[in-house]
Design a protein around this ligand. Sequence first.
Ligand SMILES: Cc1cc2nc3c(=O)[nH]c(=O)nc-3n(C[C@H](O)[C@H](O)[C@H](O)COP(=O)(O)OP(=O)(O)OC[C@H]3O[C@@H](n4cnc5c(N)ncnc54)[C@H](O)[C@@H]3O)c2cc1C
Length: 460
Amino acid sequence: MSTPTVDADVVILGAGSAGYACALRAAQLGLTVALIEADKVGGTCLHRGCIPTKAILHTAEVADIVRSAPGLGVRATLDAVDIVAVNAFKTGVVSRLHRGLTGLIEQRGIRVITGVGALKDPHTVDVDGRAVTGRHVVVATGARPAMARGIEIVGHVITSDQALGMDWIPRTAVVLGGGVIGVEFASAWQSFGAQVAVVEALDRLLPFEDEDASAAIARALRRRGIAIKTATSVSQVIEDATGVHVALSDGATLDTDILLVAVGRIPNTEGLGLDRLGVTMEGGYAIVDERCHTGVANIWAAGDIVPGPQLAHRGFAQGIAIAERIAGLDAPPLVASQVPHVVYSDPEVASVGLTQAQAVAAYGPDAIVAESQTLGGNARSLVLQTSGMVKIVRVKDGPVVGIHIVGARAGELIGEAQLIVGWEAFPEEVAPLIHAHPTQTEVLGEALAALAGKPLHTHV
Ligand SMILES: Cc1cc2nc3c(=O)[nH]c(=O)nc-3n(C[C@H](O)[C@H](O)[C@H](O)COP(=O)(O)OP(=O)(O)OC[C@H]3O[C@@H](n4cnc5c(N)ncnc54)[C@H](O)[C@@H]3O)c2cc1C
């Protein structure tokens, strides 16, 4: 008996940020959509990434606020962090968003097909023996934790997937990898009372951020008691009854309850059939043009399987743009440097646009001016007891090309920065905008005023 086929205008493989955003927009534009998902709609971001980590980081922040309460005149003591209750809070947030998303997908008339899919030909996805055909196929199968060479994920050697399911708080933790995921877990575990060390092979934390931002976050984390070893790699990992023993390239050994391996994420493209159909693949990534088209028939790709920053909002934007292009609309290409980055550690790190080094490489050393201001003199930051910095990079007599912020709530401040960079505003144009007082946004205003030649609070 032949299995029935499903026909749609758009067949989407993977219902994470990129896939479901594409599905919602395509359905909104009147296209019929089949959305294939092996696990749960929402993907990594909702179930194993952005949302559960941010829920945990929020409880970590609350723990720190309680600790600091007596210093602010509020009598309170932190009895304990109840990780079972923390997990219940996290699961509650995820479940609510999952219910909302499932309802929205259903309401838009999107056909969800559960199963593992692979491309049979440019218009057909085979889902566990069932053919799903479409005029267009969008591949958005996401990524999974990368393994570190010679380190097996077993026992108390874990990735972020297992870390999010832990029902105990480690007394000690070693985080291998000083990227976003590593820094966020290090921050949360330290707030929960663990003694944390971060080991990074490169010479600084968050190596894709501006060097000053990397230096500021390293200073702030060290002040919080987190040990940081950069330019250091792990040579051996042994687990026995006493814990995990992590031998480092500098000869030291760290004995720890848990080792989190956070060394990046690799695209889920094996077995999809993309290479067989002629899609160019590099290191497991699907190569696409600026429209997210693979160059083969009507096959598109988006999200973490496409080279670039692996961020939910990038995948989201790509998915929406693909749907619009399929519907015949003229969606402009995504400008990679205008995708904001936020690290939700304490303090937060947020940026948009070029780092100073990237700007110098793009425009030449004499064409770039940078202005840094600390949050130290900002009234609102003082009240919030946060320190950090704002750095703005501009082209001489030209637009702002990058803004970098470290401090509490930096992830919220980046919205204004994004408008400035996205609109290629000159400091002279935006410096006159009035910022509410007292807010942290005043630091942005101060740095812009300095770049426009009118610094007010700067000591001379
Ligand atoms: C711990 C952690 C924290 C993060 N925090 C943030 C953050 O704060 N902000 C941010 O922007 N980004 C964050 N990210 C990154 C973000 O989660 C990803 O960039 C985003 O989820 C990528 O979306 P995607 O649609 O490309 O893939 P995914 O969300 O991974 O979705 C892909 C989907 O495809 C399905 N799939 C895979 N193969 C098949 C197949 N063959 N057949 C059927 N289905 C398949 C998978 O089950 C999955 O549901 C975080 C990631 C992690 C791991």
